[in-house]
Design a protein around this ligand. Sequence first.
Ligand code: AHR
Length: 499
Amino acid sequence: MIKTVLTVNPNNEIGTIAPEIYGHFSEHLGRCIYEGIFVGRDSDIPNTNGIRNDVVDALKAVRLPVLRWPGGCFADEYHWKDGIGPLEERRRMVNTNWGGVVEDNSFGTHEFLDLCEQIGCEPYISVNVGSGTVQEAAEWIEYMTAPGESTFSKLREKNGRKEPWKVKYIGIGNENWGCGGSMEPQYYASEYKKYQQFCKDYGDNHLYKIACGPSADDYNWTRELLSHVNKWHTKAISLHYYTIPYDWEHKGSATDFNEKDYYVTLRGTRYIEEIIDKHLAIMDELDKEHEISLIVDEWGTWYDVEPGTNPGFLFQQNTMRDALVASINLNIFNSRCTRIAMANIAQVVNVLQAMILTEGAKIVKTPTYEVFDMYKEHQGARLVESAVFNSETGTDEVRIPALSQSASIKEQNGEKVLTLTVSNASLTDEAEIEIALPEGFVFDGEAAVSVLTGDMHDCNTFEEPDKVKQTRRSENWSGRTHTLTVPACGIVSASCKVK
Ligand code: AHR
């Protein structure tokens, strides 16, 4: 048994947790868009304008704040004009990055922005730098956001949408150090500056421009990029970091793994903390006023694909191990909320560390989905100081900190509500944690407590969709301390009034 103390200081507010930290990513990859989100108007699967109602409902329930599209690597071979106008006239192409399948462009700009309106989230569009042109990017922005009588607003109207959309987040290229053009950082910085110059604000739409940042621990990319690109050019740079248990050749199975693999995966996911802090330290040097934010716009686990599935579709199951990964990452992002403006887990449906899996009309919410649900009260809340006296866990070979936590405060009806999320990575020991408030504060009433736990291999399948589900209870919390038990391989969220 782990016995410890977690101190929470509501007096020390650190910053606001941007709801966008709970963002998502959708790419034309495997069965993410087609089947997972878009089934077409004629489908028997209940849909609105071809978009699955069950998926939209599930994403609304976790208050999905922002959705990135159309890629990923796909973004740098996507030509937006192929995806507008009458369906039968849309150009077909080969999706060279992902499985070599034919992309019929039936899901394009109108369909994506309709999806965002149905979910109630901000769109985040990645424009094509790798194989596109500045003119193409500039015209896409005009098509989506320009009011009035411009050539592209008239074309938009002809295609069924008179009112311009509001599009805030624009990513200029994706992984331009790799699939987005194999560029050197100096070359990309010049390209970036040119593109951003022609991505204009129309009417009352204001773009938040995002430059392609580093891969994992490529600190040189960050340094070079920010030596050439400044706050006048960009609001943020993006970071991509995937949790791959060993290496690209030995990723391992999503479901068939041992205790060592489990701890190695969690150690790998915790490495993001060091990566983020080192990139932030470089940003501190080159952007002293902190006017450029960091966005982690691809993160999550990447395992071998499920046996028998297309290797280019990146379809993997999702277990309690992934739930722990999600919880640790979200706590890390929360704790750096003064610098991290957004994070997007990869990907939302049927790809990599998915929130949702689909098979025909069936849908499964993964353990990762449960974590996003348990953490949703942090969105828009103010992070407050918290500290835990941690202990180590793992095998003889692999040691990691057992616990991870974050705490935030929100005003509700004039009262302060504290939300606490704690995960326990130990496979053997439950954690008995005394939560302690400082002098002058007490817990005040009913706490809503949710617990997610199970064997590390537990997952939700189409045969057994509810195997891993949070259990909810309410408890009476009073006084300055309360003891919370977090099961082994478990995550707890608790919200309670404090005064
Ligand atoms: O998410 C899958 C791929 O991973 C994305 O297309 C790319 O940006 C990254 O390498």
